[in-house]
Design a protein around this ligand. Sequence first.
Ligand code: SF4
Length: 264
Amino acid sequence: MIDLNHNSGCQYEAPLRPPGIAAAIGRAIDSALLARHQAQPPRRYVSSSGLGRECLRQIQYDYLAVPKDEGRDFEPATLRIFEAGHRGEDVVAAWLRVAGFDLRTHRSDGRQFGFSGLGGRFRGHIDGCVVSGPAPMIFPALWENKAVGAGPWKEIVKRGVVVVRPVYAAQIALYQAYLDLPNPALFTALNRDTLELHAELVPFDAALAQAMSDRAVQVVRASDAEELLPRAAADRSAAVCRGGMSGGSYHGACSWQDRCWRAR
Ligand code: SF4
């Protein structure tokens, strides 16, 4: 008789999961994502999405498509997070629409709405524009969405996007100015871990939009003159270079730390 008692060691079914399948699938996806990322042509314009970063030199390196330091390009794990964030935008757009908002995200030809300045060397693309809907806000309003982890999401809920993520605030102000959408923008933040949604209205900050627009001009002009813009930090251990929190704001790690601090 088979002993079916606990601790008998009896196995009711043979294992159904071939060993190593998770690693094999993960490797296949990671190498495909990496290959796709590496095949993308470099961006040749100042992007509104990164213009609010503190360091002008970092923005300039990005604009000039200067190769990133060895080992500092995006890892597959980061590429997966980017893609999930991008798809999160579609999820939130669908939620807004089912709730009755008239949200426009693409032109009739399928392209995103956006703007271009400085002869195409300064560009931005918006997530969308809300034309009407069941909420006490003024229409039309710019819509900007971000998908973030639970930690930053809670911070945004507590202190607001303008304080916690100045880079997003700069992006919003630029879009409001260039797309002529001066009403308070609808900012939504999707919690990547719980799928909770935060929403807030961001008033138009004309001074911020002007300052960011001036920065774009400065980056393009300095690059034309082959002039390297100044660093935002006195040494490379600063949070703006190595990444982390400083002055209540988050900085991503700079991808050109070695190159920057090697330069005279
Ligand atoms: S390493 Fe620091 S100072 Fe240099 S470009 Fe990057 S952020 Fe700026």
